[in-house]
Design a protein around this ligand. Structure first.
Ligand code: ZN
Length: 340
């Protein structure tokens, strides 16, 4: 099975460390217990909602509008369109068939939107445009997610301007719950221009733990299951995307998921919410050329974890260095056309 996704980057806030006296520490412990309880309640709620979402029974509160010919539907965060080759198929050649399907699909995707918002804090500004095909690019084995953006110079500086998110699914892939969740996750993460390994890791995490799809099981150990290239670099780091017939592809999905899940478990279920919030606040991912480097991601992960994660990544043979926010800003400045 092949997927192809276009991927992408991010930002942060400097932390102030304060020396705490015993009284303050006590207060913090009390609020930690309260926080933990709140966290448990939240996780329980998400789990309950997930179960209803998965069964496709739960309607989100989103408003769904379907055109009279039912070739196009729209909800709060999505549009859904039938490509010509799909509407010609027996299952979808009648208005009523398309209407029932569109209502159910938009309802499901809106429920997933709510879950993505709760789990990762994602709330893309642009609607996610989904086109369903019988065959896409001649195959029913490839779904694509693209962030449509323009890049150029604005006020002397490089900037990416996002216009929208476009997904194309052969119906056969859309019907597989795990694939649908995997691809839809990309629609939420692509706008950050993340390194492939990070974006795939999050997509497989959702595919596995949310949609309960077991295609890419987690490894037992990041160190024992590590694979390195001839330069001694972890084979995950320079993953260029879903490459056809690459013997490492399956390992990469699994290892990326194992890595992303490890940090999630270690730093709490709101870890990535805080990471993406920090990236959003800085907005630096839109000012850097190309996709985010791993060192840049590690900078954000470390900021949120409250400890330097460079040694952890180096131990796993990632070629990373410790960055400061100043280093990132200097890189952006170096790309500015104002230099003379
Ligand atoms: Zn993917």
């Amino acid at each position: 099975m092949k997927y192809r996704c276009v991927v992408s980057i991010f930002n942060s806030v400097m932390r102030t460390r304060v020396v705490l006296g015993p009284l303050v520490l006590m207060l913090i412990f009390t609020s930690c217990a309260a926080l933990e309880e709140a966290q448990q309640r939240r996780e329980k709620r998400i789990l309950e909602e997930r179960n209803t979402t998965l069964s496709m029974l739960k309607r989100s509160n989103a408003v769904i509008e379907i055109r009279p010919d039912a070739l196009f539907g729209e909800s709060d965060h999505y549009t859904l369109k039938f490509a010509d080759d799909l509407r010609a198929r027996e299952e979808f050649d009648e208005v009523e068939e398309r209407k029932i399907f569109t209502e159910s699909a938009l309802g499901y995707m809106e429920s997933l939107y709510d879950a993505m918002n709760q789990l990762f804090g994602f709330h893309p500004e642009h609607k996610i445009h989904v086109t369903l095909h019988h065959l896409y690019r001649g195959t029913n084995l490839q779904a694509t997610t693209r962030t449509v953006y323009r890049s150029g110079i604005q006020g002397g500086r490089y900037v990416k301007l996002i216009n929208g998110i476009q997904m194309d699914f052969p119906i056969r892939m859309y019907e597989k719950r795990g694939v649908r969740v995997h691809e839809l996750t990309h629609a939420f993460t692509n706008i950050y221009f993340l390194p492939v390994w990070f974006s795939e890791g999050i997509a497989v995490l959702l595919q596995t733990e949310y949609a309960k799809d077991g295609s890419h099981p987690k490894f037992d150990s990041l160190e024992e299951d590590m694979r390195i290239d001839l330069d001694g670099v972890n084979q995950l780091e320079n993953w260029g995307g879903h490459t056809d017939n690459d013997p490492l592809t399956h390992w990469r999905y699994r290892y990326a998921y194992t890595l992303v899940a490890e940090l999630w478990e270690r730093y709490g279920k709101d870890f990535y919410i805080r990471v993406f919030r920090l990236m959003e606040a800085d907005g630096l991912h839109q000012k850097l050329v190309g996709t985010m480097k791993t060192s840049f991601v590690v900078y954000y992960l470390s900021e949120v974890a409250g400890e330097d994660l460079v040694p952890f990544f180096r131990k796993l043979h990632f070629k990373v260095r410790k960055l400061t926010k100043e280093d990132i800003l200097n890189q952006i400045e170096a790309n500015s056309v104002r230099r003379r």
